[in-house]
Design a protein around this ligand. Structure first.
Ligand code: FMN
Length: 195
């Protein structure tokens, strides 16, 4: 069982990266699995060398391969201009459209205002709908006020992480039965051809 955390932050230090680290750490402990966090501040300069997946160099290919091979993804972004960062979107534009079918995904985000918490529901969750991934019902949203010195300071955020990871543990056996072939055969031909 391999967990990959993806943090859409394009600067460091990063509240979003702290949030992803915390979620991956709880999931790793609960599931006894391996976990790794990829921050876009590191990965984006490599990935932006490729505008399409067939242009990826070995370093970029290794990042995309790690995402595609993960059993569980924890995907988070700072809210930028009412959405997730362009750097995070570029990574997913390079992921094969079949590769995330049936994968369990925990969604999270950080923002300056609570008013943009639904960015997760309106922007991030539909991205994984496209990929036929299984997003967990509980998402984790935290604002700048929930952090102190870039660490999580609000116990309510930690409770929310526990809830999301509990759902992950609950859903694992059922999700294992989802097959790539069975789901991807329902893709509209035009999407498959252009992906
Ligand atoms: C370019 C930019 C755009 C932002 N746009 C929004 C926004 O639309 N809504 C919001 O709530 N916060 C916005 N913020 C605030 C960040 O989402 C917030 O500070 C976040 O926690 C930063 O995460 P990081 O520490 O991982 O970089 C923006 C910040 C920047 C730098």
């Amino acid at each position: 069982m391999k967990i990959i955390g993806l943090s859409g932050n394009v600067k460091r230090p990063s509240r979003t990266a702290s949030l992803v680290e915390a979620i991956v750490s709880v999931a790793r402990d609960r599931l006894g699995s391996k976990g790794q966090v990829i921050e876009l501040v590191d990965a984006a300069p490599t990935l932006f060398r490729a505008l399409r997946s067939d242009q990826l160099d070995a370093e970029g290919r290794a990042i995309i391969d790690a995402v595609e091979a993960a059993d569980v993804l924890v995907v988070a972004s700072p809210v930028y201009r009412a959405s997730y960062t362009g750097a995070l979107k570029h990574l997913f534009d390079l992921v094969d459209y079949r590769a995330l079918t049936g994968k369990r995904v925990i969604l999270a985000a950080t923002g300056g205002t609570p008013l943009h918490g639904l960015m997760i529901e309106h922007q991030l969750r539909p991205l994984f709908g496209f990929f036929n991934a299984l997003t967990l019902p509980t998402a984790v949203y935290a604002t700048e006020a929930d952090f102190a010195d870039y660490g999580i300071a609000n116990p309510a955020v930690l409770d929310r992480i526990e809830r999301a990871v509990s759902e992950l543990a609950h859903i694992l056996p059922a999700a294992d039965q989802v097959t790539t072939a069975g789901v991807s055969s329902h893709r509209p031909a035009r999407i498959a051809a252009n992906a």
